[in-house]
Design a protein around this ligand. Sequence first.
Ligand code: ARG
Length: 339
Amino acid sequence: MGGRRTTGDPIIDIKRANGLPGFLGTLRRTFFDIFHAMTTTTIDGSSRPQDWRERIATTPAWGGVLLCHPAHFDVLDVKNSFMKGQIGSVDKERALHQWHQLTETYRSLGVEVHVLDPIADLEDMVFCANPVCILPRADGGADVIPSHMNHPSRQREVEHVLGWFDGWGCDVTHLPEGAGRIEGHGDVLVVPGRRLALGGHGGRTELRALDALAAACDITLIPLALQGDVFYHLDTCLAVLDENTVLIHPPAFHEHALGTLSELFPRILIAEPTEASDHLAVNAHALADGTVVMGAQSPRTAARLREAGFHPATVDVSEFHKSGGSVFCMRLDVPALTR
Ligand code: ARG
């Protein structure tokens, strides 16, 4: 796809917007973040910095998406602010219909859909992007890393998702005991085509757990500090659209994290703020051809993506917004390893 840049693009120049003193502070902290990532990310246990600007030699082939059937989906407690006032409000039939629409959307885009069987009592399991993260390796393979979930009610999801990837033929890399809390692709977002991933912390995932992940995997991980308690996962306020472009909701980030993003990405698109905060507009899934699968309640954000040369494919997943999730966290990209 093109990534056409027009003068009307909602692209921010964070450095200019911050003014000079802010800019200097941002630069200093940006340097700290990138330096931190480059010196703690190792392939072989040494502190050898990697060049995250290098393109990766082999991108693991993509084997479609994994989605978990929503048979047991519900809102039973309040784990994030989107869930406030929603206990018992899920329309189960509607949720099932919306989930089928999501699977149909992927199929109509030519994406293979794999289905993970749901488990009774695991009402959040439909958000299958959280219990593991899958990181590309330089050899073309992928590491599957189990999460250390915060909430006891979500901890048992991990073994089920891992079981699926084990069956698929993936190798599992465990983080050390006591590595800290980390919630998979809720907070760890891979940048396609680069040896680079972004790691949100300050919400559900701890910075020390990102360090442990960086030490265990073959990828440079840049930490990004989140602020406030609404945007609790990085995927609620940032979507990686392609190698050079992210979609963000700026108020969710510490100033220095915005500085880091402006160093890393030539193009930063801004989601329409109320769509980001009321309808999880940013929790969108970009495909390699420029299609962006996203919730249907965010037409203004979709229009911004379209203006920037992307192709939004919208689907109504509003029942799942009641639990604080949308398209991105309802699926996992499956590496095409062994069949
Ligand atoms: N109710 C779930 C939780 O609070 C929603 C998770 C959605 N995941 C996400 N990455 N946004 O854990």
